[in-house]
Design a protein around this ligand. Structure first.
Ligand code: SME
Length: 152
């Protein structure tokens, strides 16, 4: 499915006001994991209250042991402090990386901002080497921007 078509599907999930926010987040994860062949695990982490750690809130793919990630640790924890997209074409080349599955070859993490504050992130793991382009970054920034509107 094209990113254009996926954007409209994402919008229709986000606008489903009859569903809880957590349910909508899970549906977005499932949509992306099912329809983008190189997205093998898709999840949303958010800052855990006033703690300097991330907590997994919704995901699609295999369950992970890493539902809590301290700020600064792994790719996710680094994005929590840098506020910048992190594209990893080859996870083996990263020292500060938390492995969730032996099959993962690449990862992309894009921060989610509400009123300019980095409150969470979308995290994608891929079993394909070096699969992510600028188009993925722009698409995931769009997804996070729309989700920010229902988090407020
Ligand atoms: N690989 C991530 C940990 C989360 S899992 O990918 C689900 C990291 O290094 O932060």
């Amino acid at each position: 499915m094209s990113f254009q078509k996926l954007k409209s599907e994402v919008l229709s999930i986000i606008e489903s006001k009859n569903l809880s926010v957590d349910h909508r987040l899970t549906e977005v994860c499932e949509l992306l994991e099912k329809n983008i062949p190189y997205y093998d695990w898709v999840g949303f982490y958010f800052k855990n209250g006033d703690k300097n750690e991330l907590k997994l809130r919704a995901f699609a793919g295999e369950p992970t042991d890493h539902d809590i990630i301290p700020f600064g640790k792994g790719i996710c924890g680094q994005v929590a402090v840098t506020n910048k997209n992190f594209v990893v074409p080859d996870v083996k080349a990263q020292d500060n990386y938390i492995a969730c599955s032996i099959y993962v070859k690449a990862e992309i993490v894009v921060p989610l901002f509400v009123n300019g504050e980095n409150i969470g992130q979308i995290d994608i793991d891929s079993h394909t080497a070096d699969p992510f382009s600028k188009e993925d970054e722009l698409f995931l920034e769009f997804v996070n921007g729309e989700i920010a509107k229902i988090l407020g």
